[in-house]
Design a protein around this ligand. Structure first.
Ligand SMILES: [Fe+2]
Length: 176
């Protein structure tokens, strides 16, 4: 009985000392999440730049199809980058915005002078794989922090990107 009371006292004390921010989340957890969201933002920007590169440099018989497809993907990535940056701000952080910062957090492979259709599609698959790994970690961490806003954002990104990977692998005639 005595230890039960002590445990309650301990948790009560912990609850009272946890500082909440203006959206009702732990300040400390929000700081950690915005820092990790910035890493995702940095890698999203590298993915975006990969897409611009293959949109410009693609050559060969599937030029018209892929040139258009890559434009569709980078236009969508551009919207996602803005949403991520604004989530960082909502959690009280400052979004990374320099190439120097992006490169220092690079996990997505850097595609340079990629001209072949197959290499371009592989670059997309490899880039999305790295983004998905970061997003799954954020999904778990935001769940633990009770941050539904970040959690649902990650959930939507994961579902959409997994489908894109499936389609790219189908184009490559390979299994997931
Ligand atoms: Fe263009």
């Amino acid at each position: 009985m005595e230890s039960f009371i002590n445990i309650r006292y301990f948790y009560g004390l912990k609850m009272n000392t946890m500082k909440l921010n203006s959206i009702g989340l732990s300040e400390e957890k929000s700081r950690t999440l915005s820092r990790d969201l910035n890493v995702l933002l940095a890698n999203f920007q590298l993915y975006y730049q990969n897409l611009r590169g293959i949109h410009w440099n693609i050559r060969g018989k599937s030029f018209f199809d892929l040139h258009m497809k890559f434009e569709e993907l980078y236009t969508d990535a551009n919207v996602k980058v803005d949403e991520l940056a604004e989530r960082v701000l909502t959690l009280g952080g400052v979004p990374l915005h320099t190439f120097e910062d992006y490169m220092s957090h690079a996990k997505v492979p850097i595609g340079k002078n990629v001209t072949k259709d197959e290499d371009s599609i592989r670059l997309i698959v490899d880039s999305l794989k790295q983004l998905l790994i970061l997003e799954r970690q954020l999904l778990d961490d935001s769940d633990e922090a009770g941050d539904e806003g970040t959690n649902s954002m990650m959930s939507d990104l994961i579902t959409e990107q997994e489908k894109t990977v499936w389609m790219m692998k189908a184009w490559l005639a390979e299994k997931i």
